[in-house]
Write a protein that binds this ligand. Structure first.
Ligand code: G16
Length: 543
């Protein structure tokens, strides 16, 4: 086997976003684009020769080519063992688990998460550390810096490696080990949850449907829900991972998981519905005609997590990203749990989890996770909900109504504005920042602004400060608007406007968020001068 040193030129656009590098497939296909990035990651790591690397992916278009490149560069960089999911398939949470289980120094996940897949769609690559956690900020900055100066990468001159058969193959001093994509993860879930009790619930007639959206969780969901727990065959739909997700947008929300939402509104709807995203780290929960808001879901998990034996005595604190609604805050207060508010990005939970400060965390963007592993985890969240339903004997909507009756309902609305001109989007943020000092005390549509600031975060463990994480305007303690630019768009920019208001009047608990929050939405348009600065008048998507 020959190891080649291949000359290359740096690309200037390999800055990592909220979750790794996300680009259009056409960008990633440029000569040496991916190779540069991979070698830059290796150049930024220490002492990995002879150690183990994990590679997983969500099966999207171009993964097969990228995985072969990754394997060849990793062999040339002298890793001792490369663990790859069969046919390149490993969900994000499964990759995280495999990294820790096999004591790897880290791993790559080839996924653009919930972004669409296919030749004209998106591709992504992210790196997890030895803890199975998304690379933290200081590490991703190192990667980016290295991409700016790279002049060669190492390449093992071998034919493509067969990834369809489980087993080991040797190349020089490196073993490439192809593993069952599901087994380790499914075994781990059986350590966390009481599968016997859940199985009994299904035997007694409990029904569910899980929409895998033609993405990575299909094989996991079939093995766990149908084969191990006994949900009836066909409970998992869109179960085969497809390179273009069968044309679906693999983002579990009310817009893109429409088929599931419709199924759950039928008279014959099952007791429970759920969906997951492209790489299996996000989740959505629905009862009969009753979708659960992700922020409410986090609050329910906080309320009941310690009824799951794995977590008994472990739940000392919870964390939510700043734009996630404050529904969980009251639960934390009642239970005497510490509460942390982090910037958007799962990587900010890593230090809190590692330090044992929290056992549960979640985000408005349909992410939830715990101390069981350091990525967010869709199937785990579904198993939590099944365990809570089994334990309480209540329905999804009963549980959520109980939450609202106890603490009030925090209505939430997220308006995404896709703006082709990134500079115009940035102008919206900078214009708001300029206005901030004068906003407190002003009234808009009879609502007085009580606080106006740019969110910054001091990591309680490392004391590292992360600034500029979104603009927050409070109208009273429980009503707020947040403006930030998404860090996961692959072209232009997406302005995200998050609207929250807590309502405690029990006659108003069953309203429609679009209606209840419509005046705040208008206020957000007015204050941001969105139309004037970008020409845009309405959101591309509202959830
Ligand atoms: C990633 C991050 C999440 C974040 C989400 C949306 O999720 O891991 O922490 O909430 O993006 O980020 P943004 O608001 O910047 O678009 P995923 O599932 O896309 O990897």
């Amino acid at each position: 086997m020959e190891i080649l040193s291949v000359k290359t030129e740096p690309y200037s656009d390999q800055t990592l976003g909220t979750s790794g590098l996300r680009r259009k497939v056409s960008v990633v296909k440029q000569p040496h684009y991916l190779e540069n990035f991979i070698q830059s990651v290796f150049d930024s790591l220490d002492n990995f020769e002879g150690k183990t690397l994990v590679i997983g992916g969500d099966g999207r278009y171009y993964n097969d080519t990228a995985i072969q490149a990754l394997i060849k560069i990793a062999i040339a960089n002298q890793f001792g063992r490369i663990i790859v999911g069969q046919n390149g398939i490993l969900s994000t949470p499964a990759t995280s688990h495999v990294i820790v289980k096999y004591k790897a120094i880290g791993g790559f996940i080839l996924s653009a998460s919930h972004n669409p897949g296919g030749p004209d769609a998106d591709f992504g690559i992210k790196f997890d550390t030895e803890h199975g956690a998304p690379a933290p900020q200081d590490m991703t900055e190192k990667f980016t810096l290295r991409t700016r100066e790279i002049d060669h990468f190492w390449w093992a001159d071998i034919p493509d490696v067969n990834l369809s058969v489980i087993g080991e193959q040797t190349f020089g001093s490196t073993i490439v080990q192809v593993i069952d994509s599901v087994k380790d993860y499914a075994d781990y879930m059986q350590e966390i949850f009481d599968f016997k009790r859940l199985k009994k619930m299904f035997q007694q007639g409990f029904t569910m449907t899980f929409d895998a959206m033609n993405a990575v969780t299909g094989p996991y969901a079939v093995r766990i829900f149908e084969e191990l727990l006994g949900a009836k065959a066909g409970s998992v739909v869109h179960a085969k991972p497809l390179p273009d997700f069968g044309g679906l947008h693999p983002e579990p929300n009310l817009t893109y998981a429409k088929e599931l939402v419709n199924r759950m509104s039928e008279d014959s709807a099952p007791d429970f519905g759920a969906a997951s995203d492209g790489d299996g780290d996000r989740y959505m929960i629905l009862g009969k005609s009753f979708p659960v808001n992700p922020s409410d879901s986090l609050a329910i998990l906080a309320e009941y997590l310690d009824t799951i034996p794995f977590y008994q005595g472990k739940l000392k604190g919870v964390a939510r990203s700043m734009p996630t609604s404050f529904a969980v805050d009251d639960v934390a207060k009642k239970k005497g749990l510490a509460l942390y508010e982090t910037p958007t990005g799962w990587k900010f939970f890593g230090n809190l989890l590692n330090a044992g400060k929290i056992a549960l965390c979640g985000e408005e963007s349909f992410g939830g996770g715990s101390s069981h592993l350091q990525e967010k985890d869709g199937i785990w969240a579904v198993l939590c909900w099944l365990s809570i339903l089994e334990k309480t004997g209540k329905s999804v909507s009963e549980l959520v109504h109980e939450l609202w009756n106890q603490y009030g309902r925090v209505y939430t609305l997220l308006c995404n504005y896709d703006i082709a001109d990134k500079k115009a989007a940035e102008a919206v943020i900078s214009n708001l920042k300029e206005k901030l000092p004068h906003l407190v005390g002003q009234s808009v549509k009879d609502r007085e602004i009580t606080k106006a600031f740019v969110f910054a975060y001091t990591d309680p463990v490392t004391k590292e400060v992360t600034e500029n994480q979104g603009i927050c305007l409070y109208f009273e303690d429980t009503t707020r608007l947040i403006f930030r630019l998404s860090g996961t768009s692959s072209v232009g920019a997406t302005l995200k406007v998050y609207i929250n208001e807590r309502i405690t009047d029990e006659k108003k608990l069953n309203g429609e968020p679009f209606v209840v929050l419509s005046d705040l939405m208008q206020i957000s348009m007015e204050l941001s001068e969105l139309k004037h600065l970008t020409g845009i008048q309405k959101p591309s998507i509202m959830t």
